[in-house]
Design a protein around this ligand. Structure first.
Ligand SMILES: [Zn+2]
Length: 232
């Protein structure tokens, strides 16, 4: 039934099958643009509406979206070792398949450079997955406690509506200045602003720190790299 769902008698698509789970889309720009645009509704309100002449059905679609894309059609743009042969218009056409409004609805954008041989052979121990899992479980528990007494059914920071963001992401004057400057310099949208606060809240939870600090805000701002690339 495809990503969104459909058919003469509407059936759920992958966005609904991934409800309360993870939806991974590899090679994001390869998806037809109109399909990607329809993703905006579920990313915003956790539902997808399929309209037909006879009926219109709404399916649940609250999923964690993980998506991957190359920096250009050949994949080597900005690579430290291989040369990219794409022309600027080719790169522009490739990345512009992902619209600004869709990117706006994605919490974290990260550039993942290729790992070189020296890094691969490095003997320094990274934090183990088991340790990271412990931190994630602790951060999740903090969030469950945070929202336990609320009237809305919230389970994690990502679900916070604007009034909860104001309540649980209180900003010191330093934090306020930092985010104001980033908004002005990077031309971030109001939606990106809210996402930065929610991600910063989660970074602080992973650290086990109740009050947001400038370093949490600064890290969350770092995760808007595609806003900068596309909107600059
Ligand atoms: Zn290229």
């Amino acid at each position: 039934m495809g990503l969104i769902g459909g058919g003469a008698i509407p059936r759920p698509g992958e966005v609904s099958l991934a409800h309360n789970g993870v939806l991974f889309l590899d090679e994001l720009p390869e998806f037809p643009r109109n399909v990607l645009e329809v993703m905006r509704q579920p990313l915003e309100d956790g539902t997808v509406c399929i309209a037909r002449a006879a009926m219109s059905l709404t399916f649940p679609a609250r999923f964690m979206l993980a998506a991957a894309m190359n920096p250009c059609p050949c994949g080597f743009h900005n690579d430290r070792t291989r040369e990219c042969h794409c022309t600027p218009p080719m790169i522009q056409r490739y990345i512009s398949k992902i619209s600004g409004p869709l990117l706006d609805r994605i919490d974290i954008h990260i550039d993942v450079p290729a790992v070189n041989y020296k890094e691969m052979r490095s003997t320094t121990e990274p934090e183990s997955s088991a340790r990271i899992l412990e931190r994630v479980i602790r951060a999740r528990e903090i969030q469950l406690t945070r929202f336990a007494s609320g009237r809305e059914k919230l389970y994690c920071n990502a679900q916070m509506p604007p009034q909860s963001i104001r309540k649980f992401c209180e900003l010191s004057a330093d934090c306020e200045r930092l985010i104001e400057r980033a908004m002005a310099q990077q031309g971030l949208s109001a939606r990106a602003h809210d996402r930065i606060l929610k991600v910063a809240r989660t970074i602080a939870d992973l650290d086990g720190i109740p009050q947001l600090e400038p370093k949490h805000i600064a890290e969350a701002i770092q995760y808007r790299t595609l806003d900068r690339t596309f909107w600059a």
